[in-house]
Design a binder for this molecule. Structure first.
Ligand SMILES: *Cc1c(COP(=O)(O)O)cnc(C)c1O
Length: 436
């Protein structure tokens, strides 16, 4: 049985101990995705953009609607399923902490990602005459770019002066850790280093521990945007001495579009009152939150940075997904992920040898499994959109980033080796048509 055969893909699926978790999710059908007439599942490789719906999230949300209908405001304290809304965010604290390698006190669910980035900059960006720059990647996700620029402006700092970006070397696609560290050591004006854990465009998994250490040694605050890292790669934020981190939950964490975001603040700041913060009633100690006192008394740790009462529906749908992560464990998921993405890489390279030789396709993501998560970013220098449309019409869901990139993310919770096999077969057929 050669590794390029469908039997080989099926045999890998048969040996996969995590295979049962696919049944926890609703997978869009060909009928719904590409107007087909089949109720077979599509090939969904887009968990980097929006994770699939856990079946148990539907059930949990229905229970919350039921609670609301039956109890009204009393659901805050007296909840028919024993999940009172007044403390609902506590249910996701410890599973989130497990995913990012943190203590529960260091983590909270709140707001959405971009607003949390602003919140953290209010607290941790304390510019002085000599240190006033924020470092991000040159091709950071646009929202991060806008957030940092507008945040600088709000402090009276011209982004042309305060926003520092770092690009890969000429002719390279991903950043070298040594170049990031070099820049941090040389530019003494950097106040905050705020890179992404896994780069959304290239799929590069940064060496968070090394970069964080270099940043701290140079006297910077180091924060991370973990939108594409959480639920994808192992993290040890506490041990790595990261100052703060933010992430959204609708990508690999499958909480649904616009779901509640996550926040990490290192334990060493748990009682910090020296830094300013954006405050709201949900950051107040829960013991007297409803006493409505004029003076803010923050909760210890990350919870003290919460602003509003959290959305019940997005918090509970996140809980549904986190229960699956707790059962599968990130350690096992990562092992499968390395194998699944490795299989994807090998199969593309062997099936599309000619196309690689003609430079019709390239892989931008690092080859080293330790420097990537599950995603591979494929570059099509010509006619990328035609390839994308061809895949879509064949029921393959991936995503495109113009002008030339298609991102493919086999996620170990619900994707199979057969999904990867299908993708590669369809890609080959589509490329034959597009470039004939
Ligand atoms: C997905 C993503 C966002 C999206 O921000 P929201 O505030 O959740 O809309 C921001 N930054 C990065 C790096 C992302 O990957």
């Amino acid at each position: 049985m050669t590794f390029t055969s469908v039997e080989y893909a099926e045999s890998l699926d048969n040996q996969d101990a995590l295979r049962k978790y696919r049944d926890e999710f609703v997978i869009p059908t060909l009928r719904d995705i590409s107007n087909g007439d089949s109720d077979e599942p599509c090939t969904y490789l887009c968990g980097n953009s929006l994770g699939l719906m856990p079946k148990r999230s539907r059930e949990l949300i229905n229970q919350e609607l039921d609670a609301w209908g039956r109890r009204g405001v009393e659901g805050h304290w007296n909840h028919p399923y024993n999940r009172p809304w007044a403390t609902i965010d506590e249910l996701v604290k410890s599973p989130l902490a497990n995913l990012v390698g943190a203590k529960p006190i260091e983590v909270t669910a709140m707001n959405t990602l971009t607003s949390n980035l602003h919140s953290m900059l209010v607290t941790f960006f304390r510019p002085t005459e000599s240190r006033f720059k924020i470092l991000i990647e040159n091709k950071a996700f646009p929202s991060d770019h806008y957030a940092v620029s507008s945040h600088l402006e709000s402090r009276g700092i011209d982004p042309a002066v305060g926003l520092l970006t770092i690009s890969p070397r000429q002719g390279e696609h991903v950043l070298r850790t040594c170049d990031v560290i070099d820049l941090i050591q040389k530019d003494k004006e950097i106040a905050v280093v705020m890179l992404s854990g896994v780069q959304y465009y290239t799929g590069q998994f940064f060496e968070i521990e090394k970069i964080t250490k270099a940043g701290k040694d140079a006297g910077c605050i180091v924060g991370w945007d973990l939108a594409h890292a959480v639920g994808n790669v192992p993290l040890s934020l506490h041990d790595w001495d990261v100052d703060f981190a933010c992430w959204c939950s609708y990508k690999y964490l499958n909480s649904g579009a616009g779901g509640i975001a996550g926040l990490f603040i290192h334990e060493k700041y748990k009682d910090d009152t020296t830094r300013p913060r954006l405050a709201g009633w949900w950051g107040n100690q829960k013991e007297n939150r409803f006493d409505m006192l004029p003076e803010f008394q923050p909760s210890e740790g990350a919870s003290g940075y919460q602003l509003s009462n959290p959305s019940i529906f997005t918090t509970i749908s996140l809980l549904g997904s986190l229960q699956i992560f707790e059962s599968a464990t990130l350690k096992e998921l990562r092992l499968k992920s390395i194998s699944l993405t490795g299989y994807l890489e090998k199969l593309i390279q062997s099936q599309l040898q000619d196309e690689f030789d003609k430079d019709l396709i390239r892989i931008l993501t690092p080859k080293d499994p330790q420097q990537r998560g599950c995603q591979l970013s494929l570059e099509f220098p010509l006619k990328m959109m035609q390839v994308f449309d061809g895949l879509h019409s064949r029921g393959v869901i991936v995503d495109e980033r113009k002008p030339t990139v298609i991102r493919v993310a086999p996620t170990p919770l619900y994707n199979t080796y057969k999904d990867v096999y299908n993708f590669v077969i369809q890609l080959k057929e589509v490329m034959n048509l597009v470039y004939k």
